[in-house]
Design a protein around this ligand. Structure first.
Ligand code: ADP
Ligand code: MG
Length: 242
């Protein structure tokens, strides 16, 4: 079953083509990892998927519904997609529990007690239960990012987008965030993530997509991409980062 289909997506900023006819299919429970140099269009692709950007050409389908149709209910689409960015986006004036229950309560209309119960279950699962009443500035960077992921999961999204979620962290804290992502994969979460951590990408991805100048030049299972890349640009990129 296809969760997401990206068909021939083009995006330009001020005449500069950032995405050039990108095709991508993400199946249920699949983990897709986008790699590529800085500026290759990874974040823009994710931002097109969660409708933070409009596409210039092409179409994107979420569970068979065309979400790039201008008549689409943007809020309804975003309810089905969880997103976590590089910088922690927790609300600083709210404790962990309030951060996590905000969207389930306000966007999905879940009752407070139920939202809190579900949030506690998630916190428990990710080893953060004792931090439920803490404020973001009382948490380590790794904990903040784990809470941000828990918060994205609280609305039970069909698809999770993770954009460089470990890039702002000290190496020692990266491990715990990667552990959360690994656990989500084991639980069958469908994800698209971008990362500079090639070893993690290799470990967790079902499919690796290499973007170069807005072109998806190669995609395949990690064993193939990392050991026998077909495209010279992929080889060049990998030799520069590995
Ligand atoms: P990546 O995530 O792979 O580093 P991005 O998608 O962030 O790449 O950026 C791709 C290109 O698009 C870059 O050249 C960047 O400067 C440009 N870009 C991204 N967002 C905008 C924007 N809102 N306005 C203008 N240019 C942008
Ligand atoms: Mg980026």
């Amino acid at each position: 079953m296809s969760v997401l289909t990206v068909e021939g997506v083009w995006k330009n900023f001020h005449g500069h083509h950032v995405l050039r006819g990108v095709d991508l299919e993400v199946r249920s429970h699949e983990v897709v990892c986008l790699i590529g140099a800085s500026g290759s269009g990874k974040s823009t692709l994710l931002r097109c998927v969660n409708l933070l950007e409009t596409v210039d050409d092409g179409a994107i389908f979420l569970e068979k519904q065309e979400i790039t149709d201008p008549r689409v209910d943007v809020d309804d689409v975003r309810k089905r997609i969880g997103t976590v960015f590089q910088a922690y986006n927790l609300f600083p004036h709210m404790n962990v529990l309030a951060n996590i229950t905000l969207a389930p309560r306000q966007v999905h209309g879940v009752a407070k007690e139920q939202a809190e119960r579900q949030a506690m279950e998630l916190l428990e699962r990710f080893g953060l239960a004792d931090r439920a009443r803490a404020y973001p500035d009382q948490l380590s960077g790794g904990q903040q990012q784990r809470v941000a992921i828990v918060r994205a999961m609280a609305t039970q999204p069909k698809l999770l987008l993770l954009d460089e979620v470990t890039s702002a962290l000290d190496p020692a804290l990266v491990v715990e965030v990667l552990g959360v992502i690994r656990e989500l994969k084991q639980a069958g979460m469908t994800m698209i993530l971008t990362t500079h951590e090639m070893s993690f990408c290799r470990d967790i991805a079902d499919t690796v997509c290499f973007l170069d100048g807005g072109v998806l030049v190669e995609k395949g299972p990690p064993e193939q991409i990392f050991t026998a890349p077909r495209h010279p640009r992929t080889r060049e990129f990998l030799s520069s980062v590995l």
